[in-house]
Design a protein around this ligand. Structure first.
Ligand SMILES: [Zn+2]
Length: 157
């Protein structure tokens, strides 16, 4: 697609620009990603869907899985495929802590198990630059230092 084609799509309201780098995605894809983030994040924020939308291959795979399987199963399948890829790349082991849908930390090896069968993980608490303590997996890196999820926007320029 040429730059002019894309501009024409944006003009016709069929594509939108997202992210700090100019990246174009169809409206349908954007809405589907927003739906997925709403479903998967305890506290969805704009940067959550921007992060996905800014990785075109990852984003398009998520959208096609949701189109095929629905939001719930599509998100689960997408998560599973991403974890498999990270496992193969050596970036993930069973003991890696991930964030579960409920916002609680969960071992990667347990994420597909029902909650009652998971090994209990106590979040390692860390003090952030915003002055609050939060679980290590929830610490966010903002431009003014580390922040808990509630203070991220305030700690970002
Ligand atoms: Zn805070």
């Amino acid at each position: 697609m040429t730059h002019n084609d894309i501009n024409e799509l944006v003009r016709q309201d069929k594509a939108v620009r997202v992210g700090p780098d100019v990246f174009y995605i169809s409206k349908h894809e954007l809405l589907t990603i927003k739906k997925a983030v709403k479903y998967t994040c305890a506290r969805p924020r704009k940067r959550d869907w921007l992060q996905i939308a800014a990785r075109p291959l990852v984003a398009k795979k998520l959208v096609s899985l949701i189109d095929e399987l629905g939001v719930e199963s599509g998100c689960e399948e997408w998560g599973r495929q991403n974890r498999d890829a990270e496992r193969e790349a050596g970036l993930l082991s069973d003991d890696t802590l991930l964030m579960g849908n409920d916002g609680e930390p969960v071992r990667a090896g347990d994420i597909d198990k029902p909650k009652a069968e998971r090994l209990r993980v106590l979040p390692e608490m860390v003090e952030c630059d915003c002055g609050h303590e939060c679980g290590a997996a929830m610490v966010m890196s903002a431009s003014m230092g580390t922040a808990c999820p509630d203070c991220y926007d305030m700690m970002s320029d």
